[in-house]
Design a protein around this ligand. Structure first.
Ligand SMILES: [Zn+2]
Length: 148
């Protein structure tokens, strides 16, 4: 402290020697502090991520509509033949369709960056598809850009 002209000093993180507080480069070992000056803080420019995630969740929800629709349709076609089993197939088809609606809503909410919880539920529902899983991750990591 008393050795130099009263200038603030700090220890170099690389070599440990005392250097000027505002030095850009360590005069002893050449450690460059300017690189660390630039903070790698991601700004809110990642606003496209929940939108992309929402679209992927929407695509994933289409599978539910396809499967649910097929089940309901085939169950309805069998309705006249076997009363017991066909009703179960129709019921399952409607259930799958409902899951598709929830996933669809989740995808729409993700695109609008509203109702983070619903968007996550929609994303979880479409995990079986790879696109849906990616969509869920994209939505989950961009929680901060959601309104609520
Ligand atoms: Zn140094």
């Amino acid at each position: 402290m008393q050795s130099s002209s009263g200038q603030a000093q700090r220890n170099c993180v690389s070599c440990g020697r005392s250097i000027a507080w505002d030095a850009n480069v360590c005069q002893f070992c050449g450690h460059d502090y300017r690189i660390q000056m630039m903070p790698p803080v991601p700004q809110k420019e990642d606003s496209a991520m929940p939108v992309v995630g929402g679209v992927l969740i929407l695509i994933g929800s289409l599978a539910y509509f396809l499967i649910g629709g097929l089940m309901a349709a085939s169950g309805t076609a069998l309705l006249g033949l076997t009363l017991g089993g066909s009703g179960v197939i129709v019921g399952c088809g409607i259930l799958v369709l409902l899951l598709g609606v929830i996933a669809l809503l989740g995808g729409i909410f993700a695109i609008q960056k509203k109702h983070f919880g619903m968007a996550i539920i929609g994303g979880v529902l479409v995990i079986p598809s790879i696109l849906g899983l990616i969509g869920l991750i994209l939505v989950a990591v961009s929680k901060d850009s959601f309104e609520g």
